[in-house]
Write a protein that binds this ligand. Structure first.
Ligand code: F6R
Length: 249
């Protein structure tokens, strides 16, 4: 696991964008794994700015999002489908046919999960997966206790996750209770992973991650077993791990 330490959220977003852009420029038809939430918003802003200023093209890029709430249609303002269009897709030249997000309204969610993994496989897998981390260590919506062997599946969201995401809804009662998420095994099949960590709320998670004890109770810990993970973390997120000897092992 390689760590890039940055000053703040802004620098994290810029460094992540540079990283992602280098992949897009090197291989036009790269397959990206994308995340939602507060963490990658700054990254997406930099990508949009770069597209407008420098014309970087996403014409042949494909993307797969990590997750979607069950019960929300793509039109719902809090669906991740809506988030991705609003925060990135509609501002760049990516072909909507090439963007993939699990459907929160699938008639048969279990079938939707299987089909999603199959679609990723048929694209030759994810070249670069962008991840954020929950304060409880979740990646995607894989909450503590999720099997490391899990493929894309349906999850019941932890109360702490619903509370953290209630900021986007009118009230916590409106936050869906279930979601479809790429599984841990699906995520670990990505050829490369970029984990973004920013802010005080992630300090404890960051500490646990770098302490390196691998346990299903802390889903992100599995990233210690992936050969090609880069963590970009800001000073605030790293506050509890300063001085620990763990980095870049
Ligand atoms: C989002 C996702 C989640 C978030 C995590 C952190 O698609 O899968 O794992 O990355 O909940 O959320 P933020 O970035 O809002 O702190």
């Amino acid at each position: 696991m390689k760590l890039i330490e940055v000053k703040d959220y802004q620098e994290m977003s810029q460094v992540a964008a540079d990283y992602l852009l280098s992949k897009v420029k090197k291989s036009k038809n790269v397959t990206l794994g994308l995340a939602t939430g507060g963490t990658p918003q700054g990254l997406y802003e930099v990508l949009i700015h770069d597209h407008q200023q420098n014309g970087t093209s996403y014409q042949y890029v494909s993307s797969f999002n990590l997750d979607e709430y069950i019960g929300l249609s793509g039109k719902h303002p809090n669906s991740y489908y809506h988030y991705m269009n609003d925060n990135l897709f509609k501002h760049i030249d990516i072909d909507s046919e090439n963007t993939h997000i699990p459907s929160g309204k699938a008639a048969d969610p279990a079938k939707e999960c299987e089909a999603y993994d199959e679609k990723i496989r048929s694209h030759g897998g994810i070249d670069l997966q962008i991840l954020g981390i929950g304060s409880n260590g979740h990646i995607g919506f894989n909450e503590p206790g999720t099997s490391f062997e899990s493929n894309t599946h349906i999850v019941e969201l932890a109360e702490s996750t619903r509370e953290a995401n209630a900021r986007y809804f009118d009230s916590i009662d409106d936050v869906p209770t279930h979601a479809i998420t790429m599984g841990i095994s699906s995520i670990m099949k990505s050829k490369e992973i970029l984990l973004l960590v920013s802010g005080e709320a992630k300090q404890a998670a960051m500490k646990k991650l770098v302490e390196g004890k691998i346990s299903e109770d802390f889903p992100a810990s599995i990233l210690n077993q992936h050969d090609h993970v880069t963590v970009i973390a800001d000073e605030e997120a790293l506050a509890l791990v300063k001085g620990l000897e763990f980095l870049n092992r």
